[in-house]
Design a protein around this ligand. Structure first.
Ligand code: NAD
Length: 323
């Protein structure tokens, strides 16, 4: 039986990845600084550890009788644009420590295959309609936030360990990912979950606030597609960074309209100032397509699976407050 370590298993994508690896027949250890908030872990073993500390990375990687066949590193101090722009020091400090210790110790302990979760935040700001950027065009680099800079550093570190220490490394640059069992409130939520929450909270005909004028262009990737991409990439020969994202580019206003349609509510929007992030995204998926990957969920299909879950969380929270 193959063994896998999933770092960040108490989080959104890590939690879904554990389920995928279990379906594929792996023995899985999950590690995170916290338990999963929304679902009991499906991992065979779960260790609650702070991976900023080197000895905790060593403990996470230790396996009686050998080393893990595969390590998936998704732990990060992470959130949506509101968090990314307000917690620059925490991101640069915490995520860098996790990556420095995990990458180094995985290589030291002889892990044969290591996955790192990077982000399209490594790319510069783009204008709507600009030609697609390939992975190589992240350099010369000019990410618009510190989260992107930390990811670039961690990518390069992982690649250095691949070149010099013989550990096979696979790196995905995720587009915005959404789906059930992700953070939906509290300040770290990303746009799709935040919009689902706001729509669920108002009555039919109500008004929600949206940061910026809603014209920013994004691609939103449903979590099942992301996890499928991670798995395919990990088992491929593709070296270097690989974009994974839905090819459906939409404005934030279109995201709001999709959520409203799925909710069945008439929703009005008040645009307010807020941390919007880059103007546009447009990336080539040619490398991940070469592995036979295609997004199976368009935005509407993904929101049809996400909105009901967020709405249930909202209802439960309202009931708790009322109780
Ligand atoms: P998430 O916040 O749900 O998961 C990250 C997990 O890391 C959390 O459970 C958190 O508790 C854990 N963590 C943080 N600090 C830790 C520490 N010191 N020790 C141990 N665990 C710690 O986020 P996610 O959306 O599941 O993201 C997973 C990965 O994918 C991250 O590396 C993130 O940067 C990357 N990514 C996500 C998106 C997205 O849209 N969700 C986009 C691009 C990249």
């Amino acid at each position: 039986m193959k063994t896998a370590l999933v770092c960040g298993a108490g989080g959104f994508i890590g939690g879904h990845l554990v389920k995928k690896l279990k379906r594929e027949g792996y023995w899985v250890r999950g590690v995170d600084i916290k338990q999963h908030e929304f679902a009991p872990t499906q991992a065979d073993e779960f260790l609650q550890l702070d991976l900023r500390a080197e000895e905790n990375c060593q403990q996470a990687l230790s396996l009686s009788g050998g080393t893990f066949d595969e390590v998936y590193q998704l732990a990060a101090d992470m959130g949506g644009m509101g968090f990314i722009h307000s917690a620059e020091c925490e991101i640069m400090h915490n995520s860098a420590l996790i990556n420095i210790h995990m990458t180094h110790n995985a290589a030291q302990m002889g892990v044969p295959r290591y996955f790192f979760s990077s982000s399209v935040c490594v790319y510069r700001d783009m204008l709507p309609g600009e030609p697609e950027m390939t992975e190589a065009e992240a350099i010369p680099a000019n990410p618009d936030n510190e989260y992107g800079w930390e990811k670039l550093y961690a990518e390069r570190m992982a690649m250095a360990y691949e070149r010099n220490r013989g550990m096979t490394v696979r790196i995905a640059r995720f587009q915005n990912c959404y789906g059930p069992e992700g953070t939906w409130t509290g300040g770290r939520e990303k746009a799709p979950a935040a919009i689902c929450r706001k729509v669920a909270e108002v009555e039919d005909g109500g008004t929600i606030e949206v940061w910026g004028d809603g014209s920013a262009i994004r691609s939103y990737t449903y979590v099942d597609d992301m996890v499928d991409g991670i798995y395919r990439l990990m088992h491929s020969d593709l070296r270097g960074a690989v974009n994974i994202g839905s090819p459906q580019y939409v404005s934030v206003n279109e995201l709001v309209a999709t959520v409203a349609e799925v909710s069945g509510k008439q929703i009005n929007v008040r645009h307010i100032d807020g941390p919007v992030g880059v103007h546009a995204r447009n990336f080539s998926n040619a490398r991940i397509y070469s592995l036979g990957w295609q997004a199976q969920f368009d935005l509407k299909a993904g929101i049809e699976r996400t909105y009901p879950w967020v709405a249930t969380q909202v209802k439960a929270a309202q009931a708790q407050r009322g109780a």
